[in-house]
Design a protein around this ligand. Structure first.
Ligand SMILES: [Zn+2]
Ligand SMILES: [Zn+2]
Length: 1281
């Protein structure tokens, strides 16, 4: 027995020590209290736990609770284990996914108080606190008595709920009434003066009241407003109803020490309030009672009031007209109403009361909670959101007088119960579940700020919440939550606000004046923003990039069928290989409006370290982007890297990659032949359509939207000043450029340990830039085996401008001092210093920003060594060749260097032009397409600009296949077969027929974006080549690069190929055709068909192109498995137009037109040919002589007679181009000499070789058109003569 006694002794000793340390010295009015009543506490403990000391429990101080308890817990001093289990089990019943609060064995003793001590004094915010000597902690009670204030209590049952982020403390939920350690204070017996509540006339009458007169009002509490905090004042309203009439008077409670009343007031209870004065609102003159410093609130006891003029029959009558509804009733009754209500009409909300359990916190900051998994409680209109204390999953709430809004936002899944300033939200029971406390932001809550600023209704508010939630989710990992959401009270609006402000302005253009909360509370008739609502279809959305890409991909395949990609006229003559190749790569353009609702693009601009392409990024993924300027200048805004951009006008391109094995066009509808579908998505937009929501390093890109910097490249433009005004240029501050010799030693490879904030910069102009390529550069410092792999790199030839400069710190500059040097020194003494910049490793990130003719600056931070650039230069060729002075030094660009775009050469000012003369003959020659096509052109590397007219995938010429290491084939390159190349047909302008063909191997394509029909592109350093047939074309080689001058004109969202109006071909004569003309645009002649020289109809195998006969391929060794034949037709005809003759090659459907056959006749004819495989008719052959066909072959006979028929020889309107490739059809021997007979005389004349034309279209000529054209022709011929 000694041991328990010893244990008890030890426990008692510890308890005494603890209590001595922690119990607050109670502040009594005027008198000093005795030291903490240790024994009183112990006595109280014994009483609470049934006589024994609770030896299993230990005391806990507030401070220890706050700092050592990181998880939610509860303590129940008097409960048995079973009682606790039962309690926890019941709590879990509502939400089985959460665990119950774990039990601890802690004793809490402390003082209940209404304010915490601040360094400015007592801070009263309407909350209750528990404090001891070690600290103070907010608490929530379900039941509270005013006389408990400032008394010492033992708390027998409580939960501690810490905050999720442990930066601030949590709070206590007091589960059972606290036990007073000392006997409670005496309540005054009676009130000296009592007025029954007939005070209402004082408020309604215009009689000026005596300000000093203090009144006491008694009445029944009919309404209790929420705590409000406005202009640094916290207050609330309560409404007392007279016992004898239904008249109700408002009372404003505003003295700090009275705010605790809010915790004791209970609806339909009767109270007496003393010390009231009458006051009125300045703005509206509404009158109300206001509490004074001496005001007290007392429960109304008829016995304690001296006069009692009451009719007792009023007692107990509830004045509430609200009925309590259950979740089922609510949703049932509302769902019935759905069909009746049209979403476009304004709805009136019903006011109800509701009891429900919090099942989920939807958004604490926005004040949205889910009750019973069915309805959403919105507390946002109650400003302080009840501090969210106690509103944890599992807590039971009673909502009195809330508005029911059904489907306020179409995309919001729940019915909304909106609490207005007349609603009362009461915690009925605390949650028994272990969940953390998420406090709403006390200041800078953007949700509420915007709600009040725009006076939003619930539909718009819910939409705002969804946008803001998404915004926060996507970008807070880049910039931090606070920086994104900071309200406008801080210097400038945060990113989120910049994003939301214009959207909200568009939604509530005619927003009323700011909310009049006093009117909402005091008006006799209920008036609040929740009464009426217009259901909202979200006007726009800003989903995550991964959701956006998913949507785009879905849309691009929606209703897609391979047959859309090909015209059936072409497709029916294609072999398997060509057919499937033409299907392999297609695209689809989507715009913001292609989505419902409209889709806004948001993303952080970065450069991919892999592909060196520009990208937009959010938390979910990255999206490659192409940015162009509307004036055609390239995008070079290095300062924009890392900024958060918003784009509403963009083209989202979904590239579709199909692996198919369709045997022929007839199978296109059968999707079984599609083996694989892949896609890649990228976006392109103009810089002018970009809004910068958040700049890097706090820079605000104010000038960007005005477009002043984008027009800088235009010659003769205002000059540099406009660009330099933009903050991105204000980066550097010039210091004494003298090199600090002492520091030189410490500055190695651009990094100095003691460099401080100084940095070194060097200005240069780019004269040439090459494409991004795998190159096997091996730097001397990387000879550890790693550097031997091929790596992506690019190089640029630049010209240094001036010497490197030392800058003291990041500041501002108004000029380019390097250029000033030139103008002062003149041209003497200036040596042109070229360098070959080598970008590899991380520095390839500058690829999208670096463009020829741009002035850039390298900035080496934390460095003071002016020779940092020279030290790193390497000879680009072995030293023995170095005697050639033209060889530039090679400078590997370091990863840590920063590149900054300054300006373009074309926008240098007059006094900077001296530098321009140094750059003379540096201009890269940009040719025109006709120049490049002409025979006299001599260069082999060419640059030109043009609009892409057509893009087709074709087989690479055998000798041009590139060997790419397997591991380095990147995503997009692999989606296209590596033996394919892309043929771009480029024209000078969309209405021109002069076409240049450019071939790009698919391996290069992974870095090339935006090569789409309709886009204007500047091609640089392409290789000009001449084909066997003397045609000029270009190929993309390692040193080539492209930049986009303009994006394709916006087209219909779903068209995969933008429909282009074919320009009218020019009308001409055969005599005016130049022999050996390199390029002939599509032209038209009116001519006479003289005769059909050769006609060939055949069915060929779709796989091997052998003759296909009677459903089988005729190839035998090895046997061909194909079961599909493709029909092909060709003809060579002779035409003349009176000025000359020409041979015309027709293919496929043009043959039918040339023969004058209808589609039906043509189909029938081809069917007949199918049986025998092929038919060949040649002009001049006699029947049966060397014939290929059997005499009984009706098809051949029919065709031969058709070709000889005079009916075929007729006038036609022929669209053609020059045939630049010989056909497989044998051409009759050239006829250099021809006989002409005129009467009796025969002439022999030497003829010019007949031009060979390719038929593009044949039209029959109607008689009236013929006579019109003839007359026109005669007039033209005569004018020529
Ligand atoms: Zn309301
Ligand atoms: Zn075959």
């Amino acid at each position: 027995m000694a041991e328990p006694a010893a244990a008890e002794q030890r426990w008692l000793q510890a308890a005494r020590d603890f209590l001595r340390r922690t119990l607050p010295a109670l502040e009594g009015p005027g008198e000093s209290e005795p030291p903490p009543p240790l024994d009183a506490v112990l006595q109280c403990l014994r009483k609470a736990s049934g006589g024994d000391l609770p030896l299993g429990y230990s005391f806990v101080s507030i401070s220890d609770l706050q700092h050592q308890q990181c998880t939610p817990c509860c303590s129940h001093l008097t409960w048995s284990t079973n009682e606790f289990k039962e309690w926890a089990h019941q709590g879990q019943g509502s939400l089985p996914t959460h665990s119950a609060l774990p039990r601890t064995y802690l004793i809490l003793v402390g003082c209940l108080t209404k304010g915490r001590q601040d360094n400015k004094g007592e801070l009263v915010d309407g909350c209750l606190y528990v404090k001891d000597n070690t600290g103070i902690i907010p608490c929530e009670l379900l039941h509270f008595e005013l006389e408990w204030m400032e008394s010492l209590f033992l708390f027998p049952s409580w939960s501690y709920i810490p905050q999720r982020d442990e930066s601030t403390t949590g709070y206590l939920e007091i589960l059972m009434d606290p036990v007073p350690v000392n006997p409670p204070k005496e309540v005054p017996d009676s009130i000296p003066v009592t007025y029954p509540a007939s005070a209402e006339p004082l408020l309604t009458s215009r009689i000026p009241c005596k300000k000093k007169s203090n009144l006491t009002v008694a009445g029944e509490l009919t309404r209790l407003g929420p705590l409000l905090h406005i202009h640094h004042k916290t207050f609330f309203f309560l409404f007392l109803e007279c016992f004898i009439s239904a008249i109700c008077v408002p009372v404003l409670v505003q003295k700090p020490k009275q705010l605790a009343w809010h915790h004791i007031l209970q609806l339909s209870h009767r109270y007496t309030i003393t010390g009231l004065t009458v006051s009125s609102l300045k703005k509206t003159g509404q009158r109300m009672f206001v509490t004074g410093v001496s005001s007290c609130i007392l429960p109304y006891c008829p016995e304690k009031v001296r006069k009692q003029p009451l009719d007792s029959s009023f007692q107990g009558e509830s004045t509430q007209s609200f009925s309590l509804e259950s979740a089922e009733q609510l949703s049932d009754s509302l769902e019935l109403g759905v069909e009746k209500e049209r979403p476009t009409s304004t709805k009136k909300s019903k006011v109800v009361s509701y009891v429900g359990t919090v099942t989920k916190i939807l958004n604490v900051q926005a004040g949205l909670y889910l009750l019973d998994d069915k309805v959403c409680l919105c507390l946002a209109y109650q400003q302080l959101l009840n501090s969210a204390r106690g509103l944890r999953p599992g807590a039971c709430l009673e909502l009195i007088g809330v508005h029911v809004l059904q489907k306020p936002l179409v995309s919001f899944p729940f019915i909304v119960l909106g609490a207005c300033l007349r609603s009362n939200i009461k915690l009925k029971s605390f949650s028994r579940l272990s969940t953390h406390y998420q406090p709403p932001a006390s200041s800078g809550n953007l949700y509420l700020q915007l709600l009040f600023r725009y006076n939003l209704g619930v539909p718009a508010y819910l939409w705002l919440v969804s946008l803001l939630e998404m915004f926060e989710e996507r970008f807070s990992c880049f910039f931090g939550r606070l920086r994104l959401l900071l309200g406008s009270r801080h210097r400038s609006p945060g990113a989120a606000e910049k994003f939301l402000d214009p959207l909200l302005q568009a939604v509530v253009p005619d927003r009323e004046q700011a909310r009049d909360i006093y009117n909402e509370i005091l008006a006799k008739i209920h008036q609040c923003p929740l009464q009426e609502y217009l259901p909202l279809n979200p006007p726009c959305q800003a989903p995550s990039l991964s959701a956006l890409c998913h949507l785009a991909e879905q849309k691009s395949w929606e209703g897609f069928s391979p047959s859309q990609l090909l015209s059936p006229l072409e497709a029916q003559h294609m072999g398997t290989q060509e057919l499937n190749r033409r299907l392999a790569w297609s695209y689809c353009t989507l715009s913001a409006e292609s989505f419902q609702p409209r889709l806004i693009l948001l993303g952080v601009l970065r450069v991919s370290s892999r592909s060196s392409s520009l990208q937009l990024q959010d938390k979910s993924r990255t999206l490659t982007c192409v940015i162009s300027h509307k004036d055609g200048s390239p995008f070079a805004h290095t300062a924009l890297k890392g900024s958060l951009l918003q784009v509403e006008n963009y083209q989202l391109i979904v590239e579709r990659f199909l692996q198919t094995d369709f045997p022929s066009w007839e199978h296109l509808a059968n999707l079984e032949y599609v083996r694989e579908k892949k896609n890649s998505v990228y976006v392109q937009f103009y810089f002018e359509d970009v809004q910068v929501l958040h700049g890097t390093e706090g820079q605000i890109q104010k000038g960007l939207r005005n477009g002043n910097s984008s027009s800088l490249r235009k010659k003769g433009d205002g000059g540099l000043t406009s660009e330099l005004e933009s903050p991105e240029a204000k980066l550097l501050k010039l210091e004494d450029p003298k090199p600090d010799t002492q520091r030189d030693e410490n500055c190695q490879r651009g990094q100095s340990s003691i460099g401080g904030t100084s940095c070194v910069s060097r200005l240069f102009i780019v004269t040439q830039k090459e494409g991004l390529m795998l190159r096997n550069y091996q730097l001397p410092r990387e000879e550890d085996g790693k550097g031997r792999e091929l790596q992506y790199s690019f190089q640029a030839i630049v010209l240094w401008l001036g010497r490197p400069r030392l800058w003291s710190h990041l500041g501002e500059t108004d000029n380019l001092p390097e250029l000033e040097e030139y103008s002062h020194d003149g041209e003497e003494g200036i040596t042109r210093q070229e360098a070959l910049l080598l970008f590899m490793g991380k520095s390839v990130r500058w690829f999208p920003f670096l463009h020829p003719d741009g002035l850039y600056r390298f900035i080496v931070h934390r460095c003071s060594d002016l020779e940092v650039f020279d030290k790193l230069c390497l000879p680009s060729v072995p030293p023995k060749f170095l005697s050639r002075s033209s060889c530039p030094l090679c400078l590997p660009v370091q990863d840590t260097w920063h590149l900054k775009h300054e300006t373009w050469i074309s926008s240098l000012t007059e006094h900077q032009l001296a530098a321009k003369s140094v750059l003379a003959d540096m201009d890269q020659r940009i040719s025109s397409i006709p120049e490049v096509l002409s025979n006299s052109f001599t260069g082999s590397l060419v640059s030109f600009a043009g609009e892409i007219v057509d893009r087709t995938l074709c087989a690479s010429p055998r000798n041009e296949k590139l060997c790419v290491p397997v591991g380095l084939q990147k995503q997009r390159g692999r989606l296209l077969a590596s033996d394919h190349s892309v043929k771009l047909s480029v024209s000078v302008a969309s209405d021109s027929h002069v076409l240049m063909d450019i071939y790009i191997a698919s391996t290069y394509l992974q870095h090339l974006w935006g090569l789409l029909p309709g886009a204007k592109i500047l091609f640089q350093n392409l290789e000009r080549r001449i084909s066997r047939f003397h045609n000029v074309y270009c190929t993309y080689i390692a040193s080539s690069c492209v930049s986009i001058i303009s994006l394709p004109a916006s087209c219909l969202p779903f068209s995969s190929r933008p429909a282009r109006e074919a320009p009218l071909p020019s009308f001409m004569f055969l005599s005016s055709l130049q022999p050996h003309l390199q390029s002939l645009p599509r032209a038209q002649i009116l001519c006479h068909l003289s005769c059909v020289l050769v006609l060939s109809l055949q069915w060929v195998c779709s796989l091997c192109s052998s003759i296909f006969k009677e459903g089988r391929c005729t190839r035998h060794s090895p046997a061909c498995p194909s079961h599909t034949g493709v029909r092909q037709a060709s003809a060579r005809v002779l035409v003349e137009d009176g000025t000359g003759e020409a041979l015309v090659l027709c293919r496929n459907q043009h043959v039918a037109a040339m023969l004058g056959l209808s589609l039906l006749e043509w189909e029938a004819l081809l069917k007949c040919v199918q049986r025998r495989g092929s038919v060949l008719i040649q002009h001049g052959e006699a029947t049966g002589m060397g014939c290929a066909e059997e005499p009984e072959d009706l098809v051949a006979c029919y065709l031969r007679s058709l070709c000889r028929s005079p009916l075929i020889c007729r006038p036609i309107l022929l669209d053609f181009s020059l045939d630049r490739k010989p056909s497989r059809i044998l051409e009759p021997a050239p006829l250099p000499l021809r006989n002409f007979r005129c009467s009796e005389v025969e002439f022999v004349s030497q003829m010019r070789p007949r031009p060979s034309l390719l038929c593009l279209n044949v039209e029959e000529v109607k008689h009236h058109i013929l006579s019109y054209l003839n007359s026109k022709r005669i007039s033209r011929t005569s004018s020529c003569c």
